[in-house]
Write a new protein. Structure first.
Length: 193
């Protein structure tokens, strides 16, 4: 989980690998320049001491909960209430992951803007589904999930797990309670019981 991986493949389904946590994707045939960019990206990923997460949530209580859950050693979290603040933040820096709450009109506006900007095509998004969604909202979310690196989660524990995956955080660096929580999510016996 903590080792950044660059996928080089003839398979054009770049989205699948990125959703599983790959740092990048190159389609074959790969040029020397493409390989240079990939190795440069991996080098920056390994050397960057601080990971940056943008949290977008309109409800103050949930925003604070998500922010505090993601604030770990080596992770800087900025929490904003809406899409305008999020877009301004995205323009102003390099982000490793965006966590947003849905269903929320602000969240869908942000998804549209991120999808429309090629600079953010590989930006991992974790959508926390906090309530019931209409059929129209679900269809819209599925459309974005096919075109973006978007993971849908229905609990805070899953949100923290997916964010840790996209941030390539070593499990040993996580607090004991968070590590146990993530390990339990991945134990099939715990899920069945």
């Amino acid at each position: 989980r903590h080792i950044p991986i660059e996928i080089i493949s003839a398979d054009e389904d770049w989205n699948r690998g990125l959703k599983q946590g790959a740092a990048g994707f190159l389609a074959k045939p790969v040029s020397k320049e493409g390989l240079g960019r990939a190795f440069g990206d991996l080098q920056r990923e390994m050397e960057s001491g601080t990971r940056q997460v943008l949290v977008v949530c309109s409800k103050q209580k949930d925003r604070n909960l998500i922010k505090s859950g993601l604030e770990l050693e080596g992770v800087r979290v900025k929490a904003v209430p809406g899409s305008q603040e999020a877009l301004a933040s995205l323009k102003g820096g390099r982000w490793d992951c965006v966590a947003l709450e849905l269903p929320d009109p602000e969240g869908f506006r942000l998804l549209q803007a991120i999808h429309a900007n090629p600079e953010h095509s590989n930006l991992p998004l974790v959508a926390y589904l906090a309530g019931g969604m209409t059929d129209k909202e679900e269809a819209e979310l599925k459309r974005f999930a096919k075109a973006c690196v978007l993971k849908e989660v229905r609990s805070h524990e899953r949100l923290f797990d997916e964010a840790a995956l996209f941030l390539h955080l070593p499990m040993v660096s996580l607090p004991e309670a968070r590590r146990r929580s993530i390990e339990q999510l991945h134990q099939s016996a715990a899920i069945l019981s």
